[in-house]
Design a protein around this ligand. Sequence first.
Ligand code: SAM
Length: 332
Amino acid sequence: SLLEYKTKGKLQKQICQVALDHFEKQYTTELGEAWASVRDVLTYPLCWQYAILLNKFSPSAELENTLHVKGYHPAFPGSLPYLPASFKCYIRRTPGRFPAQKHQAGKLKEYYLLNAASLLPVLALEVKDGEDVLDLCAAPGGKSVATLQCASPGQFHCNEYDDLRSRWLKQTIESFIPDPLINLIMVSKLDGRHIGDLKPELYDKVLVDAPCSNDRSWLFSSDIQQATLRLIQRKELPYLQFQLLRSAIKALRPGGSLVYSTCTLSKAENSDVINLILNSCSNVMPVDITEMAKAVSQEFTFLSGMQQHELLVLPEKGRAWGPMYVAKLKKI
Ligand code: SAM
């Protein structure tokens, strides 16, 4: 039941029919007509795009020149609040991947390749210089690196529960962040569900980039067993996400805010989890992020009908970013 996916005679990734059937059913209900075009992007890796986030700690005029020549342009307009000129992310409308930079001992990397929608949770968090920040689920570290391109936090705590991924996170930070700034970053390997009790009311901003069902990669599950297992585990994710959010709220100072994000389209892991938090925690309120959504709407397509404190990026051809759900809450 695996569909072979061929281009130019070369065997490419294989779409997993079990996952596709499941998505087809769920997302036709949840997204309506929008699902068909999203599905076309997700199932066709040749139209996938990659953004290039420049590392302000290792600036390269030559790299920027190459990007201009290759038709790249800045992804974000200058009108976003708290976005310094040093924050540079390049994209282009045509698909394809810019070559990744190899690790070189003692040399900082010049750029990080990522899905441009991954930057929206970071922008929504609006970290300002001197604020104490917790990145609760941080590996491999894309959003940690992006946060440090936006501002210089007071304390920056990056946490990742998984052993192997935590090492990957450390490596990312070492490849992008120079001395002495790197000494301000604390990397921990805790269960994010306990951090609220361990570090109560310690942070101004918390990012909860939660473990979720990753729609893009699940469609290419290696076999039926893996896909079936993932679909079973999918049912348990909302409770884990709820617990991580509750912990994040505990870790926030009153007046502080958090951003919750996932890379799934699934309502059960997105709006439903946030609504449950809003209905069960009397010390949080939603924060309007429509201004940010409007400011970036040239490059991103959003699902319509969402509430003001949330957005869902829908991939489409030429703007193949997402899926990415973002919600912002404030602790009273
Ligand atoms: N923020 C990362 C980035 O931008 O590169 C991606 C994070 S990924 C979506 C979610 C991460 O949460 C995974 O690395 C996973 O291992 C981690 N995770 C899973 N359960 C966790 C828990 N209980 N506490 C903390 N992290 C957890």
